[in-house]
Design a protein around this ligand. Structure first.
Ligand code: NAD
Ligand code: UDP
Ligand code: UDP
Length: 325
């Protein structure tokens, strides 16, 4: 047994796409990691490779219930992120965002430790300012189908800043823009996974609406690096701070890129645009550049290639449809 104690991080939602990469990074940085997840959209297989690591612990836990553990820092990532998934049980999505934030903040308060919130570009809704800076208040439909997520995340931000103002907690709020990479769930409905899986299977790629809506896609390793940098800032750095890739593409351009990279001959089809789907989204990352000396490094082609390799392997092993386990 080693005679020192490592800094211990709690990652809620640590068995999900981003959370599992964050667990890897923190363990690599020499921390001990407690991962708490109810496996709603995450899966044990995302952290299976950490099984047997003495510094890693996996806890099945729903963040809408209190959690009493002893840690030195908290990364609050639990929440379904794909529009398809967060609309499956919208009330549970709001509870996860809001009650999950209250419990994580209560834990942070009892322990006196810093807490980072995985917020989202969705707090800007269907933005009317472009690109989006952190001082833009957003344009969200509070009664639409995306509101369970958007308003849940907005309320979580409110809670973070009220705990800061009233209790003096050390908070860090990251507004994460579309991020992609290995361990995205192949069937969770997000555009990068949908397109790559379809292209690899020779199935049609479906553009919702005209495909002219834009997104900016950040590779997961870059995003996780920004998250860790933010957590390591002094107490007065609270955010909110945009983390994402400022290169903007239309969804149609993404489809064409995926077809080219995979050499697929899949056709492109069109379907109705889902309700409240934002027309344009692109982060202004000046604040992250100035405060964290951070910007994404991975070009879209490189990141898509790495992601396609992951899905290719998954499909070959025939495990694309399985969930937790
Ligand atoms: P994901 O769905 O892969 O991961 C979310 C994880 O949270 C899953 O493991 C899921 O099982 C877990 N979870 C959900 N509800 C829970 C609950 N009640 N209790 C415990 N665990 C629960 O999604 P992701 O892309 O990894 O997103 C992680 C976080 O980052 C989310 O908070 C999301 O809002 C935020 N985010 C992600 C993106 C992105 O592009 N990936 C963009 C903006 C914000
Ligand atoms: N909480 C938790 N773990 C802790 C401390 C608190 O899960 O270690 C939860 C607790 O259930 C409470 C919530 O966090 O409902 C908010 O805690 P806080 O102390 O801010 O509020 P209060 O308990 O006074 O309502
Ligand atoms: N989209 C699409 N085809 C798909 C999945 C998504 O055209 O198979 C579009 C979707 O309408 C949105 C964009 O791609 O405009 C990004 O969707 P995603 O669900 O990945 O995330 P969002 O940024 O909307 O939260």
């Amino acid at each position: 047994m080693e005679n020192f104690r490592r800094r211990r991080a709690l990652v809620t939602g640590g068995a999900g796409f981003l959370g599992s990469h964050l667990c890897d990074r923190l363990l690599g940085d020499g921390l001990e990691v407690l991962c708490a997840d109810n496996f709603f959209t995450g899966a044990k297989k995302n952290v299976n490779h950490l099984d047997g690591d003495p510094w890693f612990e996996l806890l099945r836990h729903d963040v809408t219930f209190p959690l009493y553990v002893e840690v030195d820092e908290i990364f609050n990532f639990a929440c379904p992120a794909s529009p398809v998934q967060y609309q499956v049980d919208p009330v549970q999505t709001t509870k996860t965002s809001v009650q999950g934030a209250i419990n994580a903040l209560g834990l942070s308060k009892r322990l006196g430790v810093p807490i980072l919130q995985a917020s989202t570009s969705e707090v800007y809704g269907d933005p009317q300012q472009h690109p989006q800076t952190e001082d833009y208040w957003g344009h969200v439909n509070p009664v639409g189908v995306r509101a369970c997520y958007d308003e849940g995340k907005r309320c979580a931000e409110t809670l973070f800043f009220d705990y800061r103002r009233h209790v003096g907690l050390s908070i860090k709020v990251a507004r994460i823009f579309n991020t992609y990479g290995p361990r995205m769930h192949p069937n969770d409905g997000r555009v990068v996974s949908n397109f790559i899986v379809a292209a690899l299977q020779g199935a049609p790629l479906t553009l919702y609406g005209t495909g002219e809506q834009t997104r900016s896609f950040c590779y997961v390793d870059d995003l996780v690096d920004g998250i860790v940098r933010l957590m390591r800032t002094p107490d007065d750095v609270t955010g909110p701070i945009n983390l994402g890739n400022p290169s903007e593409f239309t969804v149609r351009e993404l489809a064409e890129k995926v077809l080219e990279l995979t050499g697929s001959r899949s056709e492109i089809r069109f379907a109705e645009l889902p309700s409240d789907d934002p027309v344009r989204r692109c982060p202004d990352i000046t604040r992250a550049q100035d405060t964290l000396s951070w910007e994404p490094k991975t070009p879209l082609d490189t990141g898509l290639r790495l992601t396609a390799d992951y899905f290719d392997d998954l499909l070959r092993r025939g495990s694309a449809g399985s969930d937790s386990g």
